[in-house]
Write a protein that binds this ligand. Structure first.
Ligand SMILES: Nc1ncnc2c1ncn2[C@@H]1O[C@H](COP(=O)(O)OP(=O)(O)O)[C@@H](O)[C@H]1O
Ligand SMILES: [Mg+2]
Length: 361
């Protein structure tokens, strides 16, 4: 639904005092139809630039943006005459902002009508549509209120209703919940999730909060210095050994209690999360298992967990138990000492997993 290839944005402005700032450095993004896709990353990573380039609010320096099969960069490149086509294409992309961007002199209903006015929709039809949208976001009774009379969460609901006015297939959201308290955040996320399901709306959202990803995202990408360094469905990310996003979503820590032990990160997805696998493992192979760390949560309605466990003996001694875990449908990755933060001097080359350390015995 949204594809970018080699998307690059270099700013050269007074803000950067004439220096060139590479905000996007060849971003290939692929958001599937009907999914909620989260982009996370530290401040300055290029997240806002990415979303602003996706709807051409910002002209990319290089690369292409395709939304719903239409190459927006090609339209924009055709100059002034393409303006109308680009505007029409853009109207199928809704945008929600962190600070709502409502007009304080207009009522709630008039704020929602604004994009419809710009599209040239006639008065009565505009009003009908605005009231329908306000109903959809749970604000039917606030049509005549002014933004100043609303709470933050209500303002964001108006922002969402306005973003939906043009019947978009895609909703872009830049930190839509960052200015809200945790409870309001949850209700706005739930609204976005409901709209995604009810309207089949594809949502591309930007956030710096892992909680947002956990609550509503099907897929996520991690940005760093203008590049996407990790990307995939939440399940794929959790299944990727060494994934930084997985570690941030489900942080598990813990170091080996001593030499000659095998440390594993085990990921439980869906049905496997509710099976008593660890106790079965202990019973089947008659081994003592220590749990070093664990994190459990529900992601997209699915139980997901990660656990760091320790088995007695070296990797070679544990090939069969590890195979057992994998047979049960679990991800089981060997954690070497470097990753657990154990004595770096004792670390062995990454190629040989958890060997017996003769000198340490
Ligand atoms: N209009 C601009 N002019 C110059 N530099 C900018 C402009 N907008 C953003 N930048 C710079 O681009 C980089 C990425 O910014 P941004 O996309 O806002 O990141 P994020 O949203 O992840 O915090 C930063 O170094 C920022 O200072
Ligand atoms: Mg930003």
């Amino acid at each position: 639904m949204i594809t970018t290839t080699g998307l690059t944005k270099i700013y050269r402005s007074a803000q950067s005092r004439g220096r060139e700032v590479t905000a996007l450095d060849g971003v290939d993004l692929h958001v599937r139809e009907g999914e909620v896709f989260g982009v996370v990353g530290q401040s300055g990573a290029g997240k806002s630039s990415l979303i602003r380039c996706v709807n051409l609010l910002e002209r990319p320096t290089a690369g292409t943006v395709t939304v719903d099969g239409q190459d927006l960069t090609a339209l924009a490149g055709r100059g002034r005459r393409a303006g109308k086509e680009l505007r029409r294409a853009r109207s199928s992309i809704g945008m929600v902002f962190q600070h709502f961007n409502l007009l304080s002199s207009r009522t709630v209903r008039d704020n929602v009508e604004l994009p419809l006015e710009i599209l040239g929709v006639a008065g009565q039809e505009r009003t009908r549509r605005a009231l329908e949208l306000l109903d959809l976001v749970g604000l039917a009774d606030k049509a005549k209120a002014y933004p100043a009379q609303l709470s933050g969460g209500q303002k964001q609901r108006v922002g969402i209703a306005r973003a939906l006015a043009g019947n978009p297939k895609v909703l872009l959201s830049d930190e839509a919940t960052s200015a809200l308290d945790p409870e309001t955040t949850r209700s706005i996320l739930q609204l976005l999730r409901d709209l995604n399901r009810q309207l089949g709306l594809t949502v591309l959202l930007i956030t710096h909060e892992m909680e947002v990803v956990k609550t509503i995202c099907d897929s996520a990408a991690l940005m760093r210095k203008g590049r996407i360094v990790e990307s995939g469905t939440v399940g794929e990310l959790l299944a990727t050994p060494g994934s930084q996003l997985a570690q941030e979503l489900f942080p598990v820590g813990g170091t080996a209690s001593g030499p000659g032990r095998t440390v594993l990160d085990v990921t439980f997805l869906g049905a496997a999360a509710t099976q008593p696998v660890i106790s079965q493992l202990a019973r089947t192979y008659n081994i003592d298992i220590s749990i070093l760390g664990a994190a459990m949560d529900t992601v997209g309605g699915r139980q997901i967990g990660r656990m760091r466990i320790e088995l007695p003996g070296a990797y070679e001694d544990n090939v069969v138990p590890i195979g057992f875990l994998r047979e049960q449908g679990l991800q089981a990755e060997i954690v070497d000492d470097a990753d657990t933060g154990a004595d770096a001097a004792a670390t062995v080359p990454a190629q040989s997993p958890a060997p017996v350390k003769e000198d340490a015995k």
